[in-house]
Write a protein that binds this ligand. Structure first.
Ligand SMILES: [Zn+2]
Length: 637
């Protein structure tokens, strides 16, 4: 098979990004709770039904309404440090957190956006249970910005401030589990115009926005603190929203697969129509084929039959061989139908004739099935095993998806998988989902306030990179690592207050810490002030560079202890040059025969011996100098 290389310009790809990043504030957006997650068992749990509140515009999210009809309940989990009555929707929201507003304004001004004159908090209907209120609070802070990447400029449509949603921790039957610690953590949302034209560009733009946000110094770091939604459209395809990509590196692949999926769906639609098939030819006629599988050896079907469930089938006219068409790696049109059936019918999955015989379903059974459903050669059959109601809902969803396949690409919201492919998440909600939050009055943003913030904008990361390279003579790789680490401020202050070389400090704060973390050392337990002290000791000659890793290991397991104690406890007290000279002389004396044999070539062996004894207590460069000197003297004698 020839590999498909897609010309994205020709395809007419348009991508827009919505970057959501948690802000590093001291409190949540609408209350005083700590914006942190907890790992322990919850102190409080409470059960609620889904409430599909009808917005003032009469819009209801069809997926949420469906779940509501199914009687879905939500079990919320909380603890007292991270949630209060606001998150539980038992108390109105407190005034907007102005620290979060300020960080958002800083980021907005750094992107040349125009702040709004008045902040209006709005409610955005979200009824999947991730908000106890049934809506998410959001407010536009600035409009019409831009972000540069390389030589290009991408317009930013708006920069908003939002409350993060509760996080899903599980599901059992009709009960979904959400933890509300994350609910209310301030999120900045940066939305680009849909002008990104290739998968690679999507990553570059996300990186550029991420750099601006990090330059504020006020955003949270680590997995889960940044999430990107991607809008992808191509002409004659559909606008698809992919929600919640966490890894930046995944963006290009997600875009690439989505384009591939849409192109293949368009091709399928063309071919189906060429077969003369119309949407109305796919009928919601479900046939009970339980009897066909009476004697089946297929485990899934057997289990269903033992529970007295039914097997219902539907004919897909002229769909033969389309269901096994691959749309993305390991993902076929049949998978797409299966996802729909799972979502709307709560069934485990579907069977279809394009993949049979298999799963111990025999050729004979397939023949009987085709007979029972009265299909012709070009037709396909889809069937499910479950209770009547679920099976019907599942097949209805399959029929709908089949009709959409004739039409082209359906609009939907999809969720990313770790391999870059995406799965059906829900239909795309209607556009009008916003209405005012009446509990919070509008907030004026004065020109004076904007001017003040504008006067002290942080340096853009690219400028800072240049400066780090120039001012501290770091190479580009190390300078970038310092920037990407959370220690760039610590780096500069250590370099300024000690005599240690910037490269040594930078290498420690990036590579050494990273390596120690990889080795299982809990480096996060070592405080910034302890790190400062380590470098002060190096600067004054009390500690050697070589001893740093040992000291860090010791400090990580001795909280609140000082570097001096580490030095004493580890026996790392630096020895004086005189002591070193005496020691080197002794080593030379003990090894005279070796030296007589090899002359100055014995250097490496002797150096090794000395460093084994002295590691961490003396600078290796000094040992080397003294040893060479003494060795020369000895050989000369
Ligand atoms: Zn709270």
């Amino acid at each position: 098979m020839k590999r498909l290389e897609i010309d994205y310009q020709k395809v007419g790809l348009k991508v827009g990004l919505e970057i959501h990043q948690q802000l590093d504030t001291s409190a949540k957006l609408f209350c005083n709770c700590k914006p942190e997650l907890f790992k322990e068992e919850p102190e409080i749990t409470f059960l609620r039904g889904l409430r599909p509140t009808q917005s003032e515009l009469g819009q209801i999210d069809p997926a949420a309404y469906f779940e509501f009809q199914k009687g879905v309940k939500i079990l919320y989990e909380a603890n007292r440090a991270t949630s209060c009555l606001v998150e539980m929707d038992e108390e109105p929201p407190h005034p907007l957190n102005m620290e979060a507003v300020e960080i958002t304004l800083i980021a907005a001004l750094m992107m040349n956006a125009k702040p709004v004159e008045e902040i209006h908090v709005m409610r955005k209907t979200v009824i999947d249970g991730s908000n106890t209120t049934g809506f998410q609070r959001t407010c536009v802070i600035a409009l019409d910005g831009e972000v540069k990447f390389g030589e290009k400029i991408v317009p930013i449509q708006h920069i908003s401030l939002e409350e993060d949603a509760a996080r899903k921790t599980g599901a059992e039957g009709n009960v979904l589990c959400y933890r509300i610690d994350r609910l209310g953590i301030p999120l900045i949302e940066v939305a680009t115009a849909p002008v990104i034209k290739s998968p690679e560009e999507a990553e570059e733009v996300a990186l550029a926005i991420g750099r601006v946000l990090r330059a504020t110094g006020k955003v949270k770091r680590g997995l889960g603190t940044i999430r990107q939604d991607i809008n992808i459209s191509i002409p004659n395809g559909a606008l698809i929203e992919i929600k919640g990509v966490q890894e930046l590196e995944l963006l290009p692949l997600v875009v690439k697969y989505e384009v591939q999926r849409q192109l293949k769906l368009m091709k399928i639609s063309e071919e189906l129509r060429a077969r003369g098939i119309k949407e109305e030819n796919i009928k919601e006629e479900f046939i009970d084929v339980t009897d066909v599988f009476k004697e089946t050896k297929c485990k899934v079907l057997r289990k269903a039959l033992d529970r007295n469930q039914h097997i219902l089938a539907v004919k897909l006219l002229k769909f033969k061989s389309f269901l096994k068409r691959e749309l993305m790696p390991s993902f076929r049109l049949g998978t797409e139908m299966s996802d729909r059936a799972r979502f709307w019918g709560r069934v485990g999955g579907i069977f279809h004739t394009d993949e049979l015989p298999a799963y111990r379903i025999t050729k004979g059974e397939v023949e009987k099935l085709r007979e029972a459903v009265e299909v012709e050669d070009q037709d396909a059959v889809v069937f499910v095993a479950d209770n009547q109601e679920n099976a019907k809902d599942a097949l209805k969803a399959v029929v709908e998806r089949a009709r959409e396949a004739i039409k082209g690409v359906p609009q939907e919201t999809r969720a990313p998988k770790p391999d870059g492919t995406t799965r059906y998440m829900r239909p795309r909600p209607g556009a009008a989902r916003m209405y005012p939050e009446t509990d919070i009055p509008p907030i004026q943003i004065t020109e004076d306030y904007i001017r003040k913030i504008g006067l002290q904008l942080p340096e853009l990361l690219e400028q800072k990179l240049e400066r780090l390279m120039e001012e501290y003579r770091l190479n580009q790789k190390l300078a970038r690592q310092v920037l990407d680490s959370k220690h760039s401020e610590l780096f500069e202050s250590i370099v300024k207050e000690t005599k240690v070389s910037p490269t040594t400090v930078a290498a420690f704060l990036t590579e050494t810490l990273k390596a120690s973390r990889r080795d299982g050392v809990e480096v996060d337990k070592v405080s910034e002030s302890q790190i400062r002290e380590v470098f002060n000791q190096i600067s004054t000659g009390e500690l050697t560079k070589e001893a740093i890793p040992d000291v860090i290991v010791w400090l990580s397991s001795h909280e609140n202890k000082g570097v001096r104690e580490a030095i004493m406890s580890l026996g790392l007290k630096v020895i004086s040059e005189d002591e070193l000279r005496a020691f080197v002389e002794k080593v030379i004396e003990d090894n005279t025969s070796l030296i007589q044999e090899r002359g100055e070539n014995s250097f490496d062996v002797l150096m090794g011996m000395i460093m084994r004894e002295m590691r961490g207590r003396v600078d290796a460069a000094l040992v080397s100098r003294v040893l060479r000197e003494k060795l020369k003297e000895f050989v000369r004698v």
